[in-house]
Design a protein around this ligand. Structure first.
Ligand code: F6R
Length: 244
């Protein structure tokens, strides 16, 4: 595991975007898994800027998002599909055939999860998974207690996750269920880039990187992976550094 503490969110965004750009420079047809949330917003802005400068070509990449809320129409402003369209797909004019998010409004959610898993396999698996981390240690929407061998499935979200992600939903509470790539699906990615910023992530980051491997801390599964890069701002790194 390679750990870098950057100066702040701007450098985090730059480094993360450069990692993606370097991969696509070497292999433009790479398959990426991508997160939503607050942490990667700067990375997407930077990728769009690099794209405009002709320094990164996303047009041949295949993009799979990690998760989506269940029961939320694709055009709802809180959907992860809407987030990706706004922040990356539309500004980079990406081909919809190469951008994938689980369909949270599918009639049969279990079938949709199986279809998503098969689509990832059909593309040859994920080359690079970019991840955020929840304050409770989740990756994707794999909440504490998720099995390390879990696959794409429907999950119940913790109340803390619903509140943390509730901004764009009525009552300030995100939906109760989501579709998420499993931990098993994520850790089969050939490389992983984990991003965390903010003091509210410090305990989860410490538990994930330095604590025991336990399903109580989903991100601790990353300790098993041979190629993980972690980018932290000083606040998110504060407990790792002190205890290391
Ligand atoms: C979102 C996702 C989540 C987030 C995590 C951190 O697609 O997979 O695991 O990465 O909840 O969210 P932020 O960045 O908003 O703190």
């Amino acid at each position: 595991m390679r750990l870098t503490v950057v100066r702040g969110r701007v450098e985090l965004a730059e480094r993360a975007a450069e990692r993606v750009a370097a991969l696509l420079g070497a292999c433009p047809e790479s398959v990426l898994a991508l997160p939503t949330g607050r942490t990667p917003i700067g990375m997407y802005r930077r990728l769009v800027a690099l794209n405009r400068l002709g320094r990164v070509d996303l047009s041949r990449a295949t993009l799979f998002n990690l998760d989506e809320y269940a029961g939320v129409p694709a055009d709802h402003r809180g959907s992860f599909r809407a987030y990706m369209r706004r922040l990356l797909w539309a500004p980079c004019h990406l081909d919809p055939a190469r951008t994938h998010v689980p369909r949270g409004d599918a009639a049969d959610l279990a079938a949709e999860c199986a279809r998503y898993e098969a689509a990832i396999r059909a593309c040859g698996g994920i080359d690079l998974a970019v991840l955020g981390i929840g304050a409770n240690g989740h990756i994707g929407f794999n909440e504490p207690g998720s099995r390390f061998d879990s696959r794409t499935r429907v999950v119940d979200l913790d109340d803390s996750t619903r509140r943390a992600n509730g901004r764009l939903f009525e009552g300030g509470l995100a939906p109760a269920r989501a579709l998420t790539m499993g931990i098993g699906t994520i850790i089969e990615s050939r490389s992983i880039l984990l991003l965390a910023a903010g003091a509210d992530k410090a305990a989860a980051v410490r538990a994930a990187l330095r604590g025991p491997l336990t399903e109580a801390v989903p991100a601790s599964a990353l300790q098993r992976h041979p190629d993980v890069e972690v980018l932290l701002d000083p606040a998110a790194a504060s407990r790792v550094e002190r205890d290391a």
